[in-house]
Design a protein around this ligand. Structure first.
Ligand SMILES: *[C@@H]1O[C@H](CO)[C@@H](O)[C@H](O)[C@H]1NC(C)=O
Ligand SMILES: *[C@@H]1O[C@H](CO)[C@@H](O)[C@H](O)[C@H]1NC(C)=O
Ligand SMILES: *[C@@H]1O[C@H](CO)[C@@H](O)[C@H](O)[C@H]1NC(C)=O
Ligand SMILES: *[C@@H]1O[C@H](CO)[C@@H](O)[C@H](O)[C@H]1NC(C)=O
Ligand SMILES: *[C@@H]1O[C@H](CO)[C@@H](O)[C@H](O)[C@H]1NC(C)=O
Ligand SMILES: *[C@@H]1O[C@H](CO)[C@@H](O)[C@H](O)[C@H]1NC(C)=O
Ligand SMILES: *[C@@H]1O[C@H](CO)[C@@H](O)[C@H](O)[C@H]1NC(C)=O
Length: 463
């Protein structure tokens, strides 16, 4: 009986996921970041007794999608029976079966498909490399280019040590964390690919120049993210309001999930998303009965069940400018969003003027004339961390646009076309729900006109 119930709910879940896949197919190609990808370089720097030493570098070229804690996990499958003698700046999660390796030295990992993770900050200097040891966190390129690169050194054994005997690893995978990235196959690329204006890569190229005859440069074709692939339901939604209408247009119902009926219940071992009553002054975070771990992503109960809500309030209409108040609210009681970012698309971003208390950068993937979107993120040490749900769980800004010729408060023009939070699409209200101008703004004029006409006719009739 229980089993069939499980089967049914699994079926329902699969159906739901399938629907989401359909719904989010368009997201795989992101028009605001058309070339967004993570590229991995595997540079053989030196031959060793039975293999080589390589520097592996991850470049996050994605403009606004970062890899958050607990960080990236890079995996591959060795083409032969290679082993990892040693690593600096990262580590394999599994040592695998090294029993067949003789000779006294114990390899770092003999797993046929090793999984590599970054080290945590503060490891001894001898275990560090340039761009390592940030716990796997990789910033988005547009937000913080200096922290969008990670690298580690790997000493490979049993691979052969000539450029013809070495075979590139296969089936690269990247978790960021969790699914979402698809990597294409690695290819050997000519050394000249390394000569780029990028400072870091120039350094590498210089090193390679010294060991030219040893160089086997491989460039993995990039790993590309898709929300479809991640099979992720939306995780944020948008609500609207405007100074000219007291109605607040809320996030759509069930935008991310539907509220479950049991609120504030000590959670059994279930994956159902339960939620916590916001009015409960002492909410008890449910814990799993078997593991004692606090349920992840515990949310306040809302009709949309989105962990993050973005509110766009059209606040002031000046002579030449207009002003929007942005509020990002975290309703997840068990999660802080460090390095959060938000993308907004609106035609008036071409004439965007200023953001107060948020950092800001125009996004113009198709040249300056197309910048109708902007990336926002927190000011370091001030609001770059969106705190867990509760009184401090929000960040706010006001943004100022210079009116362009299209400006109007009518027909919801002042509301954004797209909003993304940490690179994922947010669910917007239906267009017919946007706060509308009070009909009263037109009626008086019509009223006066009608009155005038009546008066004129009355006068004409009298005369
Ligand atoms: C990956 O990103 C880099 C930097 O934006 C770009 O030059 C390259 O063409 C991208 N690759 C793909 C396949 O989009
Ligand atoms: C391999 O190395 C030799 C010299 O060590 C060089 O002549 C040859 O071009 C290299 N081949 C490739 C594919 O890099
Ligand atoms: C939720 O609970 C209320 C009252 O306990 C009940 O009236 C309602 O039908 C329930 N809804 C669902 C979907 O189970
Ligand atoms: C969020 O950050 C605050 C302050 O750094 C910390 O006290 C809190 O435990 C963090 N919450 C979670 C869920 O990590
Ligand atoms: C549009 O992009 C260009 C080039 O990045 C930038 O100079 C300009 O300030 C942007 N316009 C606005 C309004 O942000
Ligand atoms: C708005 O931006 C467009 C394109 O950048 C420019 O041609 C126009 O003059 C700007 N309008 C105002 C009022 O600044
Ligand atoms: C405010 O906007 C809502 C939604 O469009 C609309 O139904 C309502 O009539 C508006 N209120 C006023 C006072 O115009």
């Amino acid at each position: 009986m229980r089993q069939s119930a499980w089967c049914l709910s699994f079926l329902a879940l699969s159906l739901l996921l399938a629907v989401h896949v359909f719904h989010y197919d368009a997201v795989a190609f992101d028009s605001l970041d058309p070339t967004g990808n993570i590229t991995i370089k595997w540079d053989v720097m030196q031959w060793t007794g039975d293999g080589y030493q390589a520097t592996v570098t991850l470049y996050n070229w994605q403009l606004y999608r970062h890899i958050d804690s607990p960080g990236w996990v890079l995996g591959w499958t060795w083409a032969k029976k290679e082993i990892i003698w040693n690593m600096v700046g990262a580590q394999a999660t599994d040592q695998g079966d090294c029993s067949k390796v003789t000779g006294g030295t114990i390899p770092h990992s003999c797993a046929p498909s090793p999984q590599i993770v970054d080290l945590l900050p503060g490891v001894p200097y001898s275990q560090q490399t340039a761009n390592c040891c940030r716990g796997g966190v990789l910033s988005a390129f547009a937000q913080d280019p200096s922290n969008s690169v990670a690298s580690f050194i790997i000493i490979v054994g049993r691979s052969g040590n000539t450029n013809t005997s070495v075979v590139l690893p296969k089936k690269f995978t990247l978790a960021g964390p969790g699914p979402g990235y698809t990597c294409s196959a690695a290819t050997k690329v000519p050394k000249t690919r390394f000569l780029s204006p990028d400072r870091r890569r120039t350094t590498l190229a210089l090193m390679l120049n010294k060991v030219v005859h040893l160089c086997l440069c491989s460039d993995m074709e990039p790993c590309i993210y898709s929300q479809t692939q991640a099979q992720k339901a939306p995780s944020c939604c948008v609500s609207f309001s405007a100074f000219y209408n007291s109605t607040i247009v809320p996030c759509p119902k069930c935008a991310c999930d539907c509220p479950t009926n049991g609120t504030n219940v000590a959670l059994a071992d279930t994956t159902n998303q339960l939620c916590i009553d916001r009015n409960d002054p002492h909410p008890v975070l449910p814990t799993s009965k078997s593991t004692g771990i606090v349920a992840p992503d515990m949310l306040y109960c809302t009709q949309d069940m989105c962990p993050v809500k973005i509110h766009w309030h059209v606040k002031v209409n000046y002579q030449e400018y207009w002003r929007v108040k942005l509020t990002i609210t975290n309703r997840d009681l068990s999660r802080n969003f460090s390095l959060w970012n938000m993308v907004a698309q609106h035609p008036n971003f071409r004439n965007f003027t200023e953001a107060f208390s948020f950092s800001y950068k125009p996004l113009n993937p198709y040249g300056p004339s197309s910048n109708n979107s902007a990336l926002f993120w927190g000011v370091k040490f001030y609001n770059d961390m969106l705190m867990q749900g509760g009184p401090d769980g929000n960040v706010q800004s006001e943004i100022l646009f210079r009116k362009d010729s299209l400006f109007t408060l009518a027909s919801g023009w002042a509301f954004p076309h797209r909003i993304l939070f940490n690179g994922d699409e947010c669910v917007l209200p239906e267009p017919d729900q946007y706060p509308s101008l009070p009909s009263g703004t037109i009626v008086p004029r019509v009223g006066i006109l009608v009155l005038l006409v009546v008066v004129i006719f009355a006068l004409a009739a009298l005369l």
